[in-house]
Ligand binder design. Structure first.
Ligand SMILES: [Zn+2]
Length: 105
């Protein structure tokens, strides 16, 4: 075990940064939506650079097509689709992209 950070450590750190950026985005959205979108964009860049697989909870945070930060009712619309398989359909109000997230329970 050397002191150099391994690739998995780098990914872990990158994922933490993504999480923090999305937290910042949520907290500033009301006052500074432009800043929230900027954070979401940065988060997406980190995700792409490190080829991260984002945990489920991140999928509804921002648009994978235009990288807008998603605030339900403001920049996206969330619908529960009971059709099989049940899923959440999140529509980006900026670009119209629809993200489907399998819904459990
Ligand atoms: Zn979008």
């Amino acid at each position: 075990m050397g002191k150099m950070a391994g690739r998995s450590d780098l990914k872990k750190i990158a994922l933490e940064r993504v999480e923090r950026l999305l937290d910042f985005a949520s907290s500033v959205f009301k006052r500074r939506p432009d800043l929230a979108h900027r954070y979401a964009e940065l988060a997406w860049k980190i995700k792409t650079r490190y080829n991260l697989r984002l945990p489920r909870r991140f999928k509804r945070k921002f648009c994978r097509k235009c990288q807008s930060f998603w605030a339900p009712g403001e920049t996206c619309r969330v619908r529960l689709r009971p059709s099989s398989p049940p899923h959440l359909a999140i529509t980006c109000l900026k670009c119209g992209y629809v993200q489907r997230i399998p819904y459990k329970e």
